[in-house]
Structures are given as C-alpha cells and as structure tokens.
Design a protein around this ligand. Sequence first.
Ligand code: PEP
Length: 255
Amino acid sequence: MDTRKPLIAGNWKMFKTVAEAVQTASKLASLCQDLTSDSDREVMIAPPFTALSSVHGVIEGAASIHMGAQNMFYEKQGAYTGEISPDMVLSTGCTHVIIGHSERRQYFNEQDETINQKTAAAIKAGLVPILCVGETEKQRESEETFSVLDKQIRIGLKGFSVDELELLVLAYEPVWAIGTGKTATSGQAQEVHSFLRNQLEKNYSNVLANSVRILYGGSVKPDNISELMNMPDVDGVLVGGASLSADTFSQIVHY
Ligand code: PEP
C-alpha cells in the first residue's frame, strides 16, 4: 500500500524581506492555481520567520500550498532570547517545520540530541517535522554514508512510538549537493532513500516505513526533478536556491 503524496518543498533560507517574500508567494499562488487539496502533490514553502505571517495572508486561499518554518526551539516559552517556540510557529499559520537542516548543524552546531528534542516538540505541537539528514563529501568518500545516516535517524527519532511518527517527513540532503550545483544521481538518491526506509521498517514497522515520505534535497532544478521523482522511494524534494524564484519553483512543482 503506497499512500505517499509527493511533497515539493521550498526552503527560502535567509533570503527575502517581507515585501519580497509576499511578492514571490503571491506569484507562486497564482502559478499554482491548478492545484487543489485533491491534487496528486503538495507544495510547501518555508520563508524566513519575519515573513511568515504576511506570507500566510497571501497563500491562505491556495489550498495546496502549505507553509513551514525553517527551524524552531523546543521549549514552550521562556527566557531564550532570539528563539521561536512551536506555538509561535503555529500562530503564524505554519503547518510544517524543517528540523536539523545541514546549515543548522554546520553553522549553529546543532547536534542529533537537540534535533531529537525539536522533533519531539514539533510532533507534540501537531506540526509536520521535516527532519533533514545527510552525509558530507568526506563521509561519502570514506564510505561512512550509511552509518552516518543511521546515527542521525536513530538519535533524531529516539523515544518516539510508531503512532507519534505518523506525520514525519524525512529529507535526505547530501551536504556535498546543497547549493553546490552537484546533484546526487537518481540512483544515488534511490539507494539512500531505500536504506532509510529499510531502517524505519527495522526500527519501527513496515506500515510506518511505507507511509513516511522521504524527500531528496540538493541542487534540485527543473531539469533534474523528473528523473528524481521517477525513483520509487523519492517522495518529493526539498529545494533551496531554485525555490527563490516563483517561476522556477512552479516549474519544479509541475514536473
Ligand atoms: C536546501 O537548502 O535544503 C537545499 C537543498 O538547497 P539547494 O537546493 O540550493 O541545493
């Protein structure tokens, strides 16, 4: 049984002022008018925190476009200057949250244990966690890819029951392919996605493994999306650079 509706997600990272974000989101909403909640695919955009409320205002009517945050803290509230709580994320209209992006791991020293706490907080708040995992070039060259990914999902998903993971989305993002123009071949992506699904089956259940969507991320463009989406275990994509233009992202959405 395969009920995995493809998810095409865009991560705008630290780009766009409020006005720019609203303009891009409006254009995207009009380019995606053909998509409804019954469509065969879902779209999600993750603008910067500052633009979430305003962007929500323009995509509210677009049934198939969801909105996510790029990160959040795991505490409910408190003296954590500069941080954003799950309830704050929810209050802007977000339904999704990206957790453990490689840039968070690399530049903000996020560890698997923290990522686990953030994933737990997202699940508790009813947000769809998009948990990012991926190996560096050095790790791939030294044939550590599978052990690195195994550790990232083992610790990242520690302590959850099968039921709690119902909303989970995984994103395989090889660090060497993010923003570099280097894409994993569809074969490389499929090999890793199939490994991740097997680990979910081993650690949880066959039903869960078959229902969790696994996205690929790393230099996805209009000209490589179709090949990636043809792979049986690729259930969507997480797009960085190419999601910043509504036209380009719409081409990816309409692969
Ligand atoms: C990302 O930021 O998640 C990403 C995959 O970036 P890019 O598409 O630019 O490689």
